[in-house]
Design a protein around this ligand. Structure first.
Ligand SMILES: C[S@@+](CC[C@H](N)C(=O)[O-])C[C@H]1O[C@@H](n2cnc3c(N)ncnc32)[C@H](O)[C@@H]1O
Length: 430
């Protein structure tokens, strides 16, 4: 690996380039890359935050940055020059999107470029320092940042203007949302947060989560305000047995367990279930864990309720996971929808007659949400829909569809910092 800094003295820019290589060239999820990058953990908090900001900015606006960089190259960069391209993207992002002083942005980007490309990086970035702002002004950066398949789907679902609002929100950093075990108002005061109408707590500037009051004693956990909604649709679950399908890392499991439900947390990944175990242990909550594939797992006896948080394209979470723009845009959503339908049909064999099933996905795409539910019902699965009433989700009437489904969007509650895009439907076993 070609680095201008010794691996023993990590710096935020070389760490950012490593992370871009992991995500864009080796197609690893950003969270996983952040977690396993050793140098990053040796940086101080400020440098770590800078590395995260640089990577997120490049992942959000990569096509925009490339449209600025490419005309400055005499010939295209070879594939093996991936690190040089990432250094150029970082430099251009610092110069033009994060508006850092030109001298510092150019110098640090040139330093982090591999030796054979330093002169090229210097020439390109100096040119961008002179001409880039004007060129950037001529680019529709929101439209350019979003891959065509995603934009077309959003335009069909939300109209052109709606798609633009959704896209703008997706490209904006998300605030930190917490779900609290109890005394939400008290924790809002202690953490100087905003208590949202649905009961989640929102913090604008967080710093290190583990250093916030209440973390060590397990008073709350990190969960987007929209992600906290599907569990609410099950109503009072105290004393009930609930199968939480695709449960890890356990945000929804914690909600169910905090309400004294007997939770069976099912996930096919042992490693992720271990994360769930650690997360719930911090919160002092108990749950029964099962490593199994939802398609074939069945409970020993039918349960009172099922929550299915199905695997999906996760386009509703692009704000916190900008790597989805690069990694998931070309996903085979028809295949995904087939898996989602199979999983939903399987829940009919898990739940008692009269019991509720909530189907949820953190996706903005109707083919993974309403279309899945409609098709499963049309094909005769033994469910009837139980429409969601606007009063059940305070302050979000716009998220309840005419069919009584829940569909949140990143541009909802934009005055408070938005929310993830989630779809949820509630069905009753006949
Ligand atoms: C969207 S995440 C779930 C988030 C979780 N419900 C929460 O609230 O924290 C998706 C999870 O589904 C699991 N998964 C994917 N396909 C599965 C399958 N066929 N059977 C069981 N788990 C599966 C993955 O391992 C992953 O942990």
């Amino acid at each position: 690996m070609n680095r201008s800094h010794s691996p023993h003295q990590p710096d935020s820019r070389s760490a950012a380039i490593d992370l871009l290589e992991a995500v864009l060239d080796r197609r690893r999820p950003l969270d996983e890359a952040l977690h396993s990058h050793h140098g990053l953990h040796r940086l101080d908090g400020r440098d770590r935050a800078l590395a995260r900001l640089l990577v997120a900015t490049v992942l959000r606006y990569r096509p925009v940055l490339d449209a600025l960089i490419d005309p400055c190259l005499n010939r295209p960069l070879a594939d093996k020059a991936a690190r040089a391209r990432h250094a150029l993207r970082l430099g251009a992002a610092q110069l033009l999107l994060l508006e850092q002083p030109a001298h510092a942005a150019v110098t640090t980007a040139v330093e982090s470029a591999p030796a054979p490309f330093k002169a090229l990086a210097n020439a390109v970035l100096r040119r961008l320092a002179r001409e880039g702002a004007e060129k950037l002004a001529a680019i529709d950066r929101v439209r350019t940042a979003i891959p065509d398949p995603l934009w077309q789907g959003w335009a069909a679902a939300f109209g052109e203007e709606g798609a633009r609002r959704v896209a703008e929100a997706c490209l904006t950093e998300a605030p930190l949302d917490l779900s609290v075990k109890s005394d939400a108002a008290g924790w809002a005061e202690r953490l100087s947060g905003r208590l949202l109408p649905t009961g989640s707590l929102r913090l604008d500037k967080a710093g290190s989560v583990a250093e916030l009051p209440g973390y060590a004693e397990g008073a709350w956990w990190v969960q987007d305000a929209a992600a906290a909604l599907p569990v609410r649709l099950l109503g009072n679950v105290a004393g009930k047995t609930v199968a939480d399908l695709c449960a890890a890392p356990g945000g929804k499991t914690a909600q169910l367990a905090a309400q004294d439900a007997r939770v069976i947390a099912v996930d096919r990944s042992d490693a992720r279930l271990d994360r769930l175990r650690i997360n719930l242990a911090r919160l002092g909550l108990a749950t029964h864990r099962v490593t199994a594939d939802v398609a074939t797992w069945r409970p020993e006896e039918p349960v009172d309720a099922v929550l299915l948080d199905a695997p999906c394209s996760a386009t509703g979470t692009i704000r916190r996971h900008p790597d989805i723009l690069a990694r998931r845009a070309g996903l085979d959503r028809a295949k995904l929808a087939q898996t989602q339908r199979q999983m939903l049909v399987a829940t009919a064999q898990m739940v008692k007659p009269g019991g509720l099933v909530v189907y949820a996905v953190c996706s903005l795409e109707p083919e993974e949400g309403s279309a899945v539910v409609r098709q499963v019902l049309a094909e005769g699965a033994p469910f009837e829909p139980v429409p969601i009433a606007t009063e059940e989700i305070p302050g979000l009437p716009q998220a309840i569809t005419p069919d009584g489904f829940l569909a949140t969007r990143p541009d909802y509650w934009s005055e408070w910092g938005g929310m993830d895009g989630f779809f949820a439907a509630r069905l009753k076993r006949r």
